[in-house]
Structures are given as structure tokens and as C-alpha cells.
Ligand binder design. Structure first.
Ligand code: GLP
Length: 241
């Protein structure tokens, strides 16, 4: 794993946006894996500016998001569909035929997880996967203990994860208990991976990721044997390393 230390959130966002722009510049028909949460918001903002400024070709691009909450329709204000529309897809006018997320409101979510996994394979896999990291080391919504051989599946969220994400919901109880997420093996199949971490809140997770051994109790540690992982972390996130 290569670590790029940056000063702060803004620099992390700009560096990550450069990676995305570079990927598309070199391969306009790239398949990008995208993440949600507070961390990549700045990356998307910076990427939108770069894409417009450099007139990046976006018509052949395909994107697959990591995850979606169970039970939330694409129109639900807290759905990851809504997040992506707001922060990236609408500003860049990316169409719904090139941007995919699992359908959280599918009648049969297990079947939807299998369909989503198959769709990723049918598109030839992911070229560049963007990741954040949960305080407990989760990537996507793969919680501690998830098998490193897992494919897209339905995951029960830990109470601490639901609490960490409660800030986006009106009430803590509104945070869904389950989500559809790409599995660890799905993520590991990506040809390259960027993991972003910013702020004090992530320093213990980043320390574990960098210093500890690969184990299923700490999902992000799966990345340790991937040949092309770049961690872009700011000084605060790296302050315990
Ligand atoms: C959620 C998402 C993850 C994200 C994590 C951290 O659980 N499913 O993909 O990395 O939150 O979020 P934040 O960036 O807001 O700290």
C-alpha cells in the first residue's frame, strides 16, 4: 500500500480528484467504483471542477457505487442514490444508464445483491475503486468479521456504524439496519484502489490499517495484499501512525 500524506481535507480531495481525472483521461470508457459518506464529498466537488475545466470525456464512463441502504428508494433523501445524484451525477449530467447503485428497495435484496455483482462482472470489473473507511475499519458496508471472500451481499450494520451515520438522518432509529454492499472480494477485484481518510476521527482506523496484520475483524486490512492501493490521508488521520 502506498501512502500519500496530504495537509488537510482540501488537499486530500484535490489529489483524489486528480486520480479520477487521470483515470478517465487515459481511459474514457473506465468503470469507476464510487463511495459515499462525508469523506468523498470534497473529492466529487473538486472532480466536477476539473472535469469541466479539462473537458474530460464522460459519455463512455460507467460507475458502480459500493452500497445502498436496504428499504430506501432512490428518491429517499437519505439514500445513497440521492447523495450521488446531488454530489456528482446531476452536476456532470451523467445518465442513469451509466451510473449504477444497488436497489435498496428491491423486493428481494439477496437477489438484487447477486444481480448487482453480475452486472459489475458483465462490465469487465472495476478499473478504479474509491473507498472511505469506517471508524471500525469497514469498507463499503463490510463490517468487522465479513469474509474476505465475500461478494455483493446484504450486511447487518453494527450499532456503532448506524450511530456514525445517524447524523444524516432525522432520528437515530431511522438509520436502516441492513444494507446491500459490494463484498470484500468484489472490491479486491478492482484493478486499482484509492482509500481516503481525513481527520482525527479516522486516526485509529488508519493506524490499524497501516500497522496491523491482515484479518477479517478489520475489513480494510484485506487491502494489504492488493498490488495497487493508494491511501490518501491527511495529517490528522495519520497522526497516530
Ligand atoms: C459509510 C459508507 C462507507 C464510508 C463510511 C465512512 O458507512 N458505507 O463507504 O466509507 O460511511 O463515512 P464518512 O466518510 O462519512 O466518515
Amino acid at each position: 500500500m502506498r501512502v500519500i500524506q496530504v495537509k488537510d481535507y482540501q488537499e486530500m480531495s484535490d489529489v483524489a480528484a486528480d486520480f479520477l481525472a487521470g483515470q478517465i483521461f487515459h481511459k474514457p470508457h473506465s468503470v469507476l467504483g464510487l463511495a459515499t459518506g462525508g469523506t468523498p464529498e470534497g473529492t466529487y466537488k473538486s472532480f466536477i471542477q476539473k472535469a469541466r475545466h479539462k473537458e474530460l470525456p464522460l459519455s463512455e464512463l460507467t460507475t458502480f457505487n459500493l452500497d445502498e441502504y436496504e428499504g430506501l428508494s432512490p428518491e429517499h433523501p437519505n439514500s445513497y442514490h440521492m447523495y450521488m445524484n446531488e454530489h456528482l451525477f446531476q452536476p456532470l449530467e451523467l445518465s442513469s444508464t451509466q451510473t449504477y447503485l444497488p436497489k435498496g428497495d428491491a423486493e428481494n435484496v439477496e437477489k438484487e445483491a447477486r444481480r448487482y455483482e453480475q452486472m459489475i462482472q458483465d462490465h469487465g470489473g472495476i478499473d478504479l475503486q474509491l473507498l472511505g473507511i469506517g471508524e471500525n475499519g469497514h469498507i463499503g458496508f463490510n463490517e468487522p468479521g465479513t469474509s474476505f471472500t465475500s461478494r455483493t451481499h446484504v450486511e447487518h450494520l453494527k450499532p456503532t456504524t448506524r450511530e456514525a451515520n445517524a447524523r444524516y438522518f432525522e432520528k437515530k432509529e431511522d438509520v436502516p439496519e441492513r444494507a446491500i454492499t459490494m463484498g470484500i472480494a468484489t472490491i479486491m477485484d478492482s484493478r486499482s484502489i484509492i482509500l481516503l481518510a481525513s481527520g482525527d476521527r479516522k486516526k485509529q482506523a488508519v493506524k490499524k490499517l497501516v500497522e496491523e496484520v491482515r484479518k477479517e475483524e478489520f475489513p480494510a486490512s484485506s487491502l494489504k495484499i492488493h498490488p495497487y492501493v493508494t491511501i490518501i490521508a491527511d495529517e490528522a488521520a495519520l497522526s497516530a501512525v
